[in-house]
Design a protein around this ligand. Sequence first.
Ligand code: PSU
Ligand code: MN
Length: 309
Amino acid sequence: MNAPIDVHPEVQQALAKKAPVVALETTIVTHGMPQPTNLDTAKAVESIVRAQGAIPATIGIIQGRVKIGLENHELEYLADIQNTPVFKTSRRDLGPVLALQRNGGTTCSTTLIFAAMAGIKVFATGGLGGVHRGGEHTLDISADLPELSRCPVGLVSAGVKSILDIGRTLEYLETLGVPVVSYGADEFPAFYSRDSGFKSPWRIDDPRSAARVLHSQAQLGLSNGAIFAVPIPEKYEAVGAELQVAVEQALQEAEANGVNRRGKEATPWLLKRVGEITGGKSLASNVALIKNTARVGSQIAVAYANLVK
Ligand code: PSU
Ligand code: MN
């Protein structure tokens, strides 16, 4: 179709050999973290994937072309958020961003789309979008959720953040037919903390079993993916409670300030505000949990490659 998509040669070679590849998103770089932590973390995560024996495919949009596997200089360009105009790009934005030759950070939704197109089975990130608090009135439900019912990709995250309505997010995923699996835990994690007050419907403790879930779904030809929720490392648990207080404060401010906090700006605004309130503590946790999900995600990708070899 001559679509404006460039698959990095290294990623292409790995996919051709059925070697493990891990997809990574760029909205976390362009709208989720401040400079220079955004770029440092993106690079560190790529190294972690390599250290586990998989190939990283960081996905982003540069001047209207989708890059599956960014070059270093392209990642640096997108991460330079002071100077590079870049759109937070979910499914609804893809046509316009490509047509108008803009730059885009891919959210979980669009990263899932391109991972699925390329045949990448695992995508590791920090936080997934979900049903926002009050979503039953505002209908603010992340486009990430429906995408998980369309893309046969395992999304590895630290759960969903408590800026969201975690109970309704889990209900909605059940409706969409997306399995939610806690990794090494019974509880569904809440990003900054290991517990959300909700149990996951499934628990798995090893990469091979996680890979087998994806493989079973593939054998059935199911269109949906799966969520593997990896709790933040235990040493960040204590600070999690403190961050939770900041999350509640940020949510109240958003409520009081109203209009600007709706739509696509809501999540970046809340993330930034929690960072300000906690003096960067939330950022340290965010970096730690994404390194952890990248490690586990890579192990799942390696296990999957061994299954299909
Ligand atoms: N949660 C985070 N960091 C992020 C995001 C979510 O802790 O960077 C990003 C992800 O790219 C996710 C997107 O796909 O926000 C969801 O945005 P929305 O809630 O507008 O759907
Ligand atoms: Mn939204």
